[in-house]
Design a protein around this ligand. Sequence first.
Ligand SMILES: Nc1ncnc2c1ncn2[C@@H]1O[C@H](COP(=O)(O)OP(=O)(O)OP(=O)(O)O)[C@@H](O)[C@H]1O
Length: 289
Amino acid sequence: MTRAAYAHQVTNKTTHALELRDVTKRHGAGDTAVTALDRVSLSIPRGTFTAVMGPSGSGKSTLLHCAAGLDRPDSGSVVLDGHELTDADETALTRLRRERMGFVFQSFNLVPTLTVAQNVALPLEFAGRRVDGPQVRGLLARLGLGDRLDHRPAELSGGQQQRVAIARAMLSRPAVVFADEPTGALDTQAARDVLRILREAVDAGGQTIVMVTHDPVAGAYADAVVFFSDGRIVDSMTRPDPASVAARMARLSTPVPQGGNVPAAPIRQGGVQQGGVQQGGVRRGGDVR
Ligand SMILES: Nc1ncnc2c1ncn2[C@@H]1O[C@H](COP(=O)(O)OP(=O)(O)OP(=O)(O)O)[C@@H](O)[C@H]1O
């Protein structure tokens, strides 16, 4: 999908693949309780690539876990592909994860005893769905792994293993692919290859990707970057470039001087809408909860 089509699509609210409304999640109890997500609202249109960034401990993983039904929010709503996750029981959540979500992790999480082709087919087999052999081979060939079908993960480079994991996540064309630091364990060239593949999956394949990353270069491959700090969305950026993302991250990571305020970048409310990451927390004055 072109960026113009992306901008057009966000005007239609029914096209959201994922919607979080006022999601709050606390970890622990009593004096040691941590509010990892503090009334977070976020809408992700279908066919878009969103990066989630922020300092360590800002709530990114908790967001991903709540969005994928791996963690239950204390309050608020999570709707994925039209299904409310917060009401669903464990069986329903497992089915939703198998049928409508794909996952890509930093550490690839391939099964070492299975071949590349078997790893890619595994989620469909778990879901009891027919595996289309030519489709698996075609997908792996497009990802440059056509001659690696019968290899085991240990016989592949890190970049190749991550491409297998991407094929595994995308084979069933899930409503949302969640990627948690997908380039974190890769060298620069392999990371670029993986990011290009993710970008292509959105542009040519119409996939929806939500990616947590610390890397401004990776974030710049997305259509929009959402910045977290202390469990809240504090900014977003459309058409990101590495320098702007790095500058914003640097400001978020700057410790607050005693009695002082963190210098905040102006929130570009129009830009938020255009980029398709719609935040329920945008107030009239343009600041974000
Ligand atoms: N299971 C848990 N029990 C207690 N506190 C937790 C738990 N998981 C996360 N936290 C706390 O919640 C806050 C948000 O954590 P989270 O892992 O979501 O942050 P993050 O932005 O993903 O961090 P990182 O970039 O370091 O992975 C942190 O203060 C963290 O210490």
